[in-house]
Ligand binder design. Structure first.
Ligand SMILES: Cc1ncc(COP(=O)(O)O)c(C=O)c1O
Length: 399
């Protein structure tokens, strides 16, 4: 039996079975659906992309995977170099892994060990945000603040190692004042908090965070697993404020294969680079630097650059703003739009019960969560397809 994610298996509705997918469309045996979720925000170029397919096939004909322990290969070297060239500042040191959660774990391990290597053993704490989501592994859950994961709190009690604050500059300043000598990092989803409720906040918070991290010698980590590759209307939020460690996943491979990367700046890397074997970063997922993933990631980045994706995302945002302009309903608390993300937050989650099937019948795949009715569409979506997704959202409040 398949054990499905985030579901009470006893009461869950049977999932829609996908038999084919192309462009922005998912196909069941009887329905053609616009994927308004982009397979958990990753499939930015759409499905069955001929160039991504070719990149995979031609690499598979050489080899699909070799481990990075004691071996290396051209796709991983090229991807590492491409990321170093493409990402801002001296974010040049790439540690690959197989999922966003693991890549955040690696970032947290890096931050902790960076200070342990320097003998600053009191810096064991993480400063994180309320409503944060960083993955489903134990340390990422501890750093996160999502109600769905609170069973861990029940079992273990509140964490001694993580402090959560709202996205308010005053709270940030107070937290630094109180804890600065014990913090190894400030971990944030920059500008857009995804799975914690599609919450958007201002860049001034991140700018102040950068200043405080610099003043108190705390590492700033941006988890751009969801926000990276244009989702907020910025190529990376790291283009606006430079973190010390950046985490990318999801769209890294255009949503083709699970892969992620933790990228460190020189000073972080230098904190491990010396004569002491025990100062090495002790991590190594079996599939890190997978050759298929690296080949498809390289092609995905090439498409992003040559296809002027930032203009596509600006267009998605402009059309979304135009279509949602003036739309209100007493059951909607707020409509938020940023780049390629739109969210109608309803006052009560029960308002969204039945929406998925309603959208399915109208040819749209959607998956509301908490009290968020949202869309994060593939960037290749055509205007009329995007309008259909938004019309479907609006139509729900008229029935
Ligand atoms: C901000 C953020 N970090 C980490 C993750 C975890 O990534 P993965 O599901 O690949 O482990 C997610 C997944 O939604 C995410 O949104």
């Amino acid at each position: 039996m398949i054990w499905y994610p985030y579901e009470q298996m006893k009461t869950m509705r049977a999932p829609y079975e996908i038999v084919d997918a192309e462009g922005v469309y998912l196909y069941t045996r009887e329905k053609k659906l616009i994927d308004s979720v982009s397979s958990w925000w990753s499939v930015i170029h759409g499905y069955k992309h001929p160039e991504l397919n070719r990149a995979l096939i031609s690499q598979a004909e050489k080899f699909s995977h070799v481990m990075l322990g004691g071996l290396t290969h051209e796709p991983v070297k090229r991807l590492s170099q491409k990321l170093a060239d493409w990402l801002p500042g001296d974010l040049d040191y790439t540690f690959f892994s197989d999922s966003g959660s693991v890549a955040v774990e690696v970032a947290l391990k890096m931050a902790l060990q960076y200070y342990m290597n320097r003998g600053e053993t009191e810096r064991t704490m993480i400063l994180a945000l309320e409503h944060a989501y960083h993955g489903d592994t134990f340390k990422t859950m501890e750093a996160g603040d999502d109600e769905d994961y609170h069973f861990v709190l029940k079992a273990y009690g509140p964490s001694r190692y993580v402090v959560h604050i709202p996205t308010e500059i005053k709270a940030l300043e107070q937290a630094f004042e109180a804890y600065h000598g014990r913090l190894n990092c400030l971990l944030v989803e920059p500008l857009l908090q995804g799975a914690g409720g599609m919450r958007m906040y201002d860049v001034s918070f991140l700018k102040r965070a950068r200043e405080l991290c610099d003043r108190y010698g705390v590492l700033l980590i941006f988890d751009e697993v969801a926000t990276g590759f244009g989702r907020t209307g910025n190529r990376f939020v790291s283009d606006l404020v430079l973190p010390d460690i950046l985490v990318l996943g999801k769209a890294l491979t255009g949503g083709y294969i699970g892969h992620a990367v933790t990228v460190a700046r020189k000073r972080v890397f230098d904190g491990f680079y010396d004569e002491h074997p025990e100062h090495a970063l002790m991590h190594g997922p079996t599939f890190m630097g997978n050759a298929l993933a690296c080949s498809v990631a390289l092609k995905s980045i090439e498409l992003f650059e040559t296809g002027d994706y930032m203009s596509k995302i600006k267009r998605i945002e402009a059309v979304t703003r135009r279509e949602m302009e003036g739309f209100t309903d007493p059951r909607i608390r707020e409509i938020r739009i940023m780049g390629g993300c739109v969210c109608a937050e309803v006052t009560d989650a029960s308002v969204l019960k039945g929406y998925q099937q309603f959208a399915f019948e109208r040819g749209v795949f959607s998956r509301p969560f908490l009290n968020c009715l949202y869309a994060m569409v593939p960037y290749v979506i055509r205007e009329e397809e995007l309008v259909k997704v938004l019309d479907t959202m609006k139509a729900w409040f008229r029935v």
